[in-house]
Design a protein around this ligand. Structure first.
Ligand code: HEC
Length: 152
């Protein structure tokens, strides 16, 4: 008789536990659904943030530098030995020496008229594009060495 009672209690407890388990898993499903909704919302927020960047007035100059100048002057302006159209030439660094001493006007003239191994760009770039390239060199290429030029 005692055994039967025990069996009923065990059965009842088991049933109860199963019921609980079910309800828990139902909750988890609901939570998972809620969690899915959150990541779906975040890319939207990112897109909104990316849609309103601060426009860089020298973005075009940066592109032009990559298109016309890096072949010789390199991404960071360090120059060095380059091989252009089969000819090897030494390109001076824009980060030291004359690159820091020469004025914006001298830079503008060099870019427009070329010389000493550098081609002229006045037929490919207008005055504003050349001026912007000089500003880009000063602002970004020479960013790390600006302090040294301050006394000049
Ligand atoms: C074919 C290689 C070549 C290309 C392409 C080239 N340059 Fe040059 N650049 C040179 C060489 C070589 C010199 C050094 C000329 C000299 O000794 O007077 C130079 C000099 C300069 C100088 C003068 C640096 C100083 O010390 O006063 C500037 C500024 C300059 N280049 C900017 C540019 C820009 C901007 C572009 C792209 C629009 C460009 N260069 C494209 C080879 C090149």
């Amino acid at each position: 008789m005692k055994l039967v009672k025990l069996a009923i209690i065990v059965a009842a407890v088991t049933l109860f536990a199963t019921a609980c388990g079910d309800s828990t898993s139902t909750n988890q499903t609901a939570n998972a659904g809620g969690a899915q909704a959150t990541p779906a919302a975040s890319p939207k927020a990112t897109a909104t943030a990316a849609a309103t960047p601060t426009p860089d007035e020298l973005a075009e100059a940066k592109t032009a530098y990559g298109q016309f100048c890096t072949a010789c002057h390199q991404d960071k302006g360090e120059g060095g030995m380059v091989k252009i159209e089969g000819k090897r030439m030494k390109v001076p660094s824009l980060l030291e020496g004359h690159g820091l001493e020469h004025s914006d006007a001298e830079f503008t003239k060099q870019i427009a008229q070329g010389g000493d191994g550098m081609p002229a760009f006045k037929d490919r770039l207008n005055e504003k594009q050349i001026n912007d390239l000089v500003r880009y060199i000063r602002r970004d290429i020479q960013a790390g060495v600006k302090l040294k030029t301050a006394g000049h």
